[in-house]
Design a protein around this ligand. Structure first.
Ligand code: TTP
Length: 350
């Protein structure tokens, strides 16, 4: 039986800002782009959340909901620094660390002997050290697998932890809403609800064969997780699946030709980012994302092994046809094939 801890910082960017400017403590604070330049909220302090402010909300909406909101532009270098410091603390407890983002990671502490080998005590010690030395709070979930640990870290947020022991798995899952399962979004949740399935307990009762007939491989995945089974290992080296750049324009791009004019500079930034990739990536596909001024968005994709302007021009024309209205955001990117994985598989077969 494994011991997995999922750590997630509380309102991470905002917490770093409040730490660096204690006058902000207790006030509604958000980190994001300015309302005038059509920015969006990256995160909001818990005080700001009381006004209904949340990540990805337009800053203009946030300011309307809470006129006294203190909106701060992001300082990525400070967040990266805090993230590195957290990783340094994690490394004292395990070599198996899988960061999911700057402020979130899984740790497999099955072999850790510190804190008498108790994952609960390890999590408490990590949280105490982060708070003391980095000056922000984190929440933790402790469980026998990744799925449960991730759900658990959200259970007592902020600044606390929650443990799911092997004996407690069934009782925990019986009433857990099925949308807590990774990948179960609104569409799947609605389909499930039509079958009378609202909780993981309901999934568990549903016949597996029938479930797989209805939902395919994804159905098997959901069924396993709903029964508390998740064998995915904590993978210490995180590898990219794609790389992209996008821009939300201060003024809408009025028509297709305005969009096409923006492609060279977007491509230039994309190429710079691609240059920084290691040699073990191969480009598979190019894609272009377009968000229209009614907030609908579309992504078009094509197989290209080297992104070039002609291909992105074509993708841009295709995307435009889908909305034919002014554009607020344009993004270009490529999907990546991780050769370290592919080579590993080739070795297995050779
Ligand atoms: P999250 O871990 O999703 O959230 P959070 O740390 O802000 O708050 P919570 O206490 O609810 O976990 O995101 C981590 C950081 O990533 C967040 O501080 C800011 C950034 N972020 C964005 O920039 N845009 C987004 O849409 C989201 C969700 C997060």
């Amino acid at each position: 039986m494994r011991k997995i801890i999922h750590i997630d910082a509380d309102c991470f960017y905002a917490a770093v800002e409040v730490r660096d400017n204690p006058k902000l403590k207790g006030l509604p604070v958000a980190v994001g782009g300015s309302a005038e330049r059509r920015g969006v909220i990256a995160t909001a302090s818990y005080e700001a959340r009381k006004f209904g402010i949340c990540s990805a909300m337009a800053s203009a909406t946030a300011m309307r909901r809470c006129p006294q909101l203190i909106l701060i532009p992001g300082r990525m270098s400070a967040y990266r620094e805090a993230s590195r410091a957290m990783q340094g603390i994690f490394a004292d407890y395990s070599n198996l660390i899988e960061p999911l983002s700057l402020d979130e990671a899984f740790l497999d502490v099955s072999d850790c002997t510190r804190c008498k080998g108790s994952a609960t005590l390890i999590a408490r010690e990590i949280r105490r050290r982060i708070s003391k030395t980095i000056g922000i709070t984190v929440s933790a979930g402790i469980a026998p697998n990744k799925f449960l640990a991730k759900v658990a870290s959200d259970w007592n947020k902020p600044d606390d932890q929650f443990v799911i022991t092997p004996d407690g798995i069934d009782a925990f899952l019986v009433n857990l809403p099925v949308n807590k399962i990774w990948g179960v979004g609104k569409v799947t949740a609605t389909r499930l609800e039509k079958l009378g399935i609202k909780t993981c307990g309901d999934v568990k009762k549903y016949d597996l064969i029938k479930f797989v007939q209805l939902f395919g491989n994804f159905g098997e995945h959901i069924h396993k997780l709903a029964c508390g089974v998740d064998d995915r290992p904590v993978v210490s080296q995180w590898r990219r699946k794609s790389i992209s750049v996008e821009n939300t324009y201060a003024q809408d791009l009025a028509d297709l030709s305005a969009c096409l004019k923006k492609l060279p500079e977007l491509m230039e930034s994309l190429e710079k980012r691609i240059e920084k990739l290691d040699q073990d990536y191969q480009i598979n596909n190019s894609f272009l994302k377009m968000k229209f001024n009614d907030f609908s968005q579309t992504t078009v994709e094509n197989q290209h092994f080297k992104p070039n302007l002609d291909d992105f021009t074509l993708l841009c024309k295709q995307a435009w046809q889908r909305g034919k209205m002014p554009v607020r955001l344009l993004g270009v990117g490529v999907r990546l094939n991780d050769l370290t994985q592919t080579n590993g598989q080739m070795e297995l077969f050779s």
